[in-house]
Every structure is written in C-alpha cells, then in structure tokens.
Ligand binder design. Structure first.
Ligand code: NAD
Length: 486
C-alpha cells in the first residue's frame, strides 16, 4: 500500500536541556501496516526523567523565565514555520508510526500541529489582564487602590500524550504551556515517538532556551510516564489518554497535590432524528465512526436512530461501511486484539453483525499488519458491555428510539461524556436537545468541526478541565493579584 510506506528507520531520542540522547534500554518500534520494525525507541530511566525536570526548573530560573509574552509568541511562530518547512518529513514520520492514511496526516495531523502554535501565539498575545479600581471607605489617605491581575506560569509542566493523533494532541498542550511561560517535560506515547522527536529538533532550531522544552520517551506505568507524573519537581500535569490511566495519574499526583488537566475516553452517541437529511446523517456517521479506524476520542460508537428511519439508516450505513477500502490499521497488535475481542463479545452478547466484524484480507503486505474491519452492530440491550465500554476501533452499535426524551436519556446513559452528534433539520429541536446532552461538545449536523478558540473537554469520566483558546491558557497560568494603594 504505497501511501503508508515509511522511508528509512525512525530515530526517536530524548531531548534534555537542549541535547539529544538515547540513554536507557531500547524497545522496537513496529509498523502497524505490516508489522515490520521501523525503528528503536529509547526507554528513559528515572534519572533521565529527573534530569529533564531539573533542566526545566533551571530554565525557569534562567533566560526562559524572563521572556516576555511577545518573545514567547514569536518563538511559537518560529516553531510553526519550522514544522511547515519540514512538512513532508513530519507526515512521513506520523504515517510510519501510526499507519494512518497519508492524506489524513497531511490534511489533519500536521496542519493542525502548525495551527496550534499559530493559534496560541495569537491568543496569548491578545490576552488582557484585569484591573479592579478599589475604594475602601474609612481607609487612610485617598481610600483608593488599584488591584490588577498578573498571570504567572505554573512552573514545570508534564505533558503526557496518546498515540492516536500524536503530534496534534502533543502540540495542543505544548503550545499553550510555552505561551504561558511554563517549562515543559513531554512524554509522547511509546507507540508514536517520532514526530515528537522532530518537534524537539524544530524547537531547538527555533532557538528556545535550553531546558524550556524537554522530551523523554518510554512506557507509562512503572516507567518514564509514572516517573514523570510522580516527580515532586512537577507543578502540573496535562494528560490525554484513557480514563483508567487518568485515574492512575491522579493517584500518583495526589502525594504532591499536583494540578491536573485530563482529556480522557469517550463512548460518544449520535442521535439521528427522522427529520434529518438521511444521506447527510449516513455520510456524517461514516466519518464519525470510521475516520482513523475509529481511533479518535471523538468518534461515535453509539448511534440512536428514530424508529421510522431506523431500517433505512442501518442499511445505508452498512453498505457504506462494507464499501470502505482505504483505511488504516489499529495502532498495535495488542490494540487490534482488544478491538477483535469486542467484536466476539458483541456476538456473545447477542448482536447482529450488519457489516464487518472480522479481519480484512488485502492480498499484500497489509495482511501482516494490525487491521480490523469497519463494523456495524445492532440488536444489543443498553446493558451490553459492547454498548457501555469504549472500544476505540472502527465500530458502532445502532439502536432505535421513539421520541426526543428517550433519545436524550439514551445519550446520557453512559459513564462518559466527551462528544455527541445530533442530526436533525428541525432548528428548534437542535437547540432543545443539544444543551440537554451530557457532553463537552455537541455537534449538530456535522462532526469534528473545530474552532481552536472554543472550550474542549469532557464531563463525567471523560475528563477534568477544558482546553482550547483561553481555557488552556487559564489552566497553564495562575492569576495573582497586585494591590497598589493610591
Ligand atoms: P493510554 O492512557 O494508554 O496512554 C496515554 C499516555 O499515557 C501514553 O503516553 C502512556 O505511555 C501514558 N501512560 C500510561 N500509563 C501511565 C501511568 N500509569 N502514568 C503515567 N503515564 C502513563 O491511552 P492511549 O491508548 O495512548 O490512547 C487512547 C485513549 O486516549 C482512549 O481512551 C481515548 O479515548 C483517549 N483519548 C482522549 C482524547 C481526548 O481529548 N479526550 C484524545 C485522544 C485520545
């Protein structure tokens, strides 16, 4: 498959205090497309993680800690330009690590990473402080004072990111963290270390003072990730990944009362009303369930369709799912096995498999890769594990509903609350239903249409806090009050 081929070995390395190093044992990096080894990843031992935290701390005490917001914003713009100048290299690295279709990396992952740095340069520069003119009757002198806010960085920020949108989700945190003046120690997923390493190169070339951005590679539990999140020198943790990992990180952060921002898992519903443009709803659901083979936290895994159009919808969705050909693999053999175990569980739980349900055969090198078929299920009760647990694969379960209240109740009957999609041509219904859904973002007649200024995050087990625009800058800084007596 020509669009997922990698060029030469990937060479991930740690980046500590402005220097690249591959200290530590190493583990193989496998291509999800054909299972071949594409590189070797160094596993950061505890002392390398400690050195990265120390370098970040020293950067805050040095020139980086004295930069103005203008200087930091121009660093961000230079980083964006640096990624753009090496665009194809970034695309190649993202494709090699994830196996995602080249077009996806070239139109979403890498452009959005560039966009993240530019957006936060604009947002941080345009951000006002607040002033509170104060009068205290009876106070000596004029009785007046001027109170104002000054936003201070939190300090050393640990950033832990997942494998599904490696550079996009990493930069979504790195850009606002640096814009707000923090020093960063980042740990990307062990499955996808390559674009993070290229980013470190670009950041070095942009002239960021040594130690302001550090990168360590390795696994999570009992390894680099946990060494970082439990380190007493870390002031805040920004994490994107699974809800269970968020719980583990919260436990290790508790000892030092470290601030956390969490973007976690989802089991996202789509509601298709009988008055929807059905062709649009089907196409939208194909995108929302099967883009990146369902490995986006915002993907739809539960579809509820109003009964009069249920049969028509499911037939059309199944036909489109069966026709999908140019899709990428699961990130790893382990994740493919997890997705397939849910396909088997669905059948054991009594599902009808309307499309997919197995492993595709291509007749080429992809048969050695980690693929799962786009799958449409129906017929399960709401209590089924397949309907309740996040699968994170190319699969959705479709169930009928009768009225608006039932649709909202079904959508909200989940421990998760990340994203939802509503398909209707009734404007009043859209405005009635959207705010009733327990989710951080509700799309009406679209999916994954993003404005980087808007709040992004989940409710319930899907996260703590909000990212995006001023919301990220709020997390990565703390307003302190200066009071001047007049
Ligand atoms: P994961 O939780 O397994 O791993 C994410 C990161 O955490 C990796 O870098 C990993 O090494 C690290 N990690 C794992 N255990 C750790 C520990 N004990 N201490 C410190 N670090 C640890 O998630 P994943 O499999 O990489 O990604 C898929 C999950 O991420 C899905 O649940 C998906 O919904 C979620 N996700 C959420 C969003 C969002 O914005 N809400 C976006 C993308 C993915």
């Amino acid at each position: 498959m020509s669009d997922s081929v990698h060029n030469g070995p990937m060479k991930p390395a740690h980046y500590v205090n402005g220097v690249f190093t591959t200290t530590g044992s190493a583990f193989p990096l496998l291509s999800p497309v054909d299972g071949s080894q594409v590189g070797t990843v160094p596993e950061a031992p505890r002392d390398v993680v400690g050195a990265a935290v120390q370098a970040a701390r020293s950067a805050l005490a040095g020139p980086w800690g004295r930069t103005s917001v203008e200087e930091r914003c121009s660093f961000l713009r230079r980083i964006a330009d640096g990624i753009e100048a090496r665009f194809d290299e970034f695309v190649d690295a993202e494709v090699a690590d994830t196996g995602k279709p080249r077009e996806l990396a070239a139109t979403v992952d890498i452009p959005r990473a560039i966009g993240n740095f530019r957006a936060y340069a604009d947002l941080a520069y345009g951000r006002p402080e607040r002033a509170y003119p104060t009068t205290v009757p009876g106070w000596s002198g004029s009785g007046q004072a001027l109170n104002y806010t000054v936003r201070r960085p939190l300090g050393v920020v640990a950033i832990i990111s997942p494998w599904n949108l490696p550079l996009l989700l990493l930069t979504w945190k790195v850009a606002p963290a640096l814009a707000a003046g923090n020093a960063v120690v980042a740990k990307p997923s062990e499955e996808t270390p390559s674009t993070a390493t290229l980013l470190a190169e670009v950041i070095g070339e942009a002239g960021l003072p040594a130690g302001a951005f550090n990168l360590v590679h390795g696994h999570g539990a009992n390894a680099a990730g946990e060494y970082l999140t439990s380190h007493p020198g870390v002031d805040a943790i920004a994490f994107t990944g699974a809800s269970a990992t968020g719980a583990a990180i919260m436990r290790s952060a508790a000892d030092h009362v470290t601030a956390v921002s969490f973007e976690l898992g989802g089991k996202n519903p789509a509601l298709v009303f009988a008055d929807a443009d059905l062709a649009e709803a089907v196409e939208g659901t194909v995108r929302s369930s099967f883009t990146h083979s369902g490995q986006i936290c915002l993907c739809t895994e539960r579809v509820y369709v109003q009964r009069p159009v249920f049969e028509e919808f499911i037939a059309a969705l199944a036909e489109r799912a069966r026709a999908l050909k140019d899709y990428g693999p699961m990130i790893s053999a382990e994740h493919r096995d997890k997705v397939l175990s849910y396909y088997r569980l669905a059948v054991e739980e009594g599902a009808t498999v309307v499309a997919g349900g197995g492993v595709p055969t291509f007749g080429d090198e992809r048969d050695g890769g980690f693929y799962a078929e786009p799958t449409v299920l129906t017929g399960l009760p709401e209590s089924a594990r397949t309907v309740r647990e996040e699968i994170f694969g190319p699969v959705c379960h479709v169930a009928p509903f009768d009225d608006e209240d039932e649709a909202v109740r079904l959508a909200n009957d989940s421990r998760y609350g990340l994203a939802a999609t509503v398909w209707t041509t009734d404007l009043s219904r859209a405005h009635r239903v959207a705010p009733r859904i327990e989710a951080g973002i509700v799309w009406v007649n679209c999916w994954n249409l993003r404005d980087l200024r808007t709040p992004f995050g989940g409710v319930k087990a899907s996260g703590i806090g909000r990212e995006g625009g001023e919301y990220s800058l709020d997390f990565f800084s703390e307003p302190v009050n200066v009071c001047v007596k007049i």
